[in-house]
Design a protein around this ligand. Sequence first.
Ligand code: SF4
Length: 249
Amino acid sequence: MSLTLDPRQRAMLAEIGVRVWLPETGDAEAPAYAVEEDTFSDAPVAAAAPVARPVERPPVQAPVASVRGEVAGLDWPTLESAVASCQACGLCQSRKNTVFGVGHTQARWMIVGEAPGENEDLQGEPFVGAAGQLLDNMLKAIELKPESDVYVTNVVKCRPPERHPSAEEVIACRPFLDRELALTGATMAITFGQFAARGLMMGPASRGKVMRYNQLSVVATYHPDDLLRKPEDKAKAWGDLCLAKASHA
Ligand code: SF4
């Protein structure tokens, strides 16, 4: 799997720390962007969402079926308002802000993270700070403009404090993600982080292949925070991005 790279793209890749094999130099190294199979755990979402410490959760405020029915008919403004006032799971009690998606409302590409972190919770936006900067550079490297070609969101819209979201929270928030998918009409999703992949797929997810979720083609890769902590995985992330781009040219 490869893309033809011009000098500008190579510069962008250098910026995010990806080494690219240059055939014209005769470099004998294997291509840095070779796609490798790297299967996330096959455990389903329910079992794969560890809770770091016991959390007392209030009862769910509204039945999921009811929420889903109400959300299915919302437009963008009313959907954002519904998220802002949502109390459908216990995360409403500890959040500072809900974190609604940002980007083009009719984007073909959906960027999906797991859940807001501390900074996202404070600022009310997904993928901020160094992780957001790296995400932008990763998207630009495959010629996607963050401001016009993608819509960026999370599986759950409120921050789980110091843990991954539980299966109950993923399910409670699902109507909002499904409505974002429907309103954008996106046909390609890249998930960032293994819990985002499992959360979107509602089950097992693997890197290194194109998965399907309804109308969506889905490719999983590493979360920018993980790449900042472990830069040696950037080459594999580049392979994932190439796979997504090639499957959705
Ligand atoms: Fe509502 Fe989702 Fe926030 Fe839970 S995480 S309170 S379902 S918006």
